[in-house]
Design a protein around this ligand. Structure first.
Ligand code: ADP
Length: 168
């Protein structure tokens, strides 16, 4: 039976932290589905279609390298429902620090109550990318800072275009 993992997130924008988790999760799964959340109330900077295209582009080398199939989808409801719709047996989450830990463990426990057949697998952030958060990348980019250490060049291009449009 194929091992299918579901990795939900905002990916607004995708960072080297996400890519580190994706590359490591791709070694655990035959198929990895990346779910771009489109929740109401969570205001995003980059349009969802752009976030999806960006994810497809920057994860292609990981798929080639690991042999895992990586696909990108959107979801607006519960992560467990989206995971089940894609026949995923597990949800992937990344843990950076104690704040992530408290929130993520609580969410995993709620999710397992809702869907006992879907496990959450936590991957601890790698030291080199642990400090990266999409929210801070956005703040730095808005203030004209260099985000090249935190996101791939395709994401830098998208951020520059989105911020240029937003300032007009
Ligand atoms: P953010 O929290 O930066 O806005 P997302 O909502 O897209 O990012 O997060 C999706 C998942 O990716 C979460 O499990 C989050 O903890 C994880 N994640 C985000 N950034 C990193 C990172 N630098 N290293 C490891 N995991 C991360």
């Amino acid at each position: 039976m194929a091992r299918i993992g579901f990795y939900p997130g905002s990916f607004d924008p995708v960072t080297y932290g996400h890519l580190d988790i994706i590359a490591r999760a791709a070694r655990l799964a035959d198929r990895l589905v990346l779910g771009v959340g489109t929740h109401h109330g969570k205001h995003s900077l980059i349009p969802v279609e752009t976030r999806m295209t960006l994810l497809e582009t920057v994860t292609r080398p990981i798929a080639e390298h690991t042999g895992a199939r990586i696909s990108v989808t959107t979801f607006g409801g519960l992560a467990v429902d989206a995971a089940r719709a894609h026949h995923a047996g597990f949800i992937i989450r990344g843990l950076r620090d104690a704040t992530d830990f408290d929130y993520e463990v609580q969410m995993a426990q709620m999710n397992v109550s809702l869907a006992p057949d879907i496990e959450t697998v936590f991957l601890s952030a790698s030291p080199a990318t642990r400090m990266i958060a999409s929210s801070l990348v956005k703040q730095i980019a808005r203030m004209g800072g260099d985000i090249s250490l935190f996101v791939p060049k395709e994401a830098q291009t998208v951020m520059a275009a989105v911020l240029a449009t937003a300032s007009h």
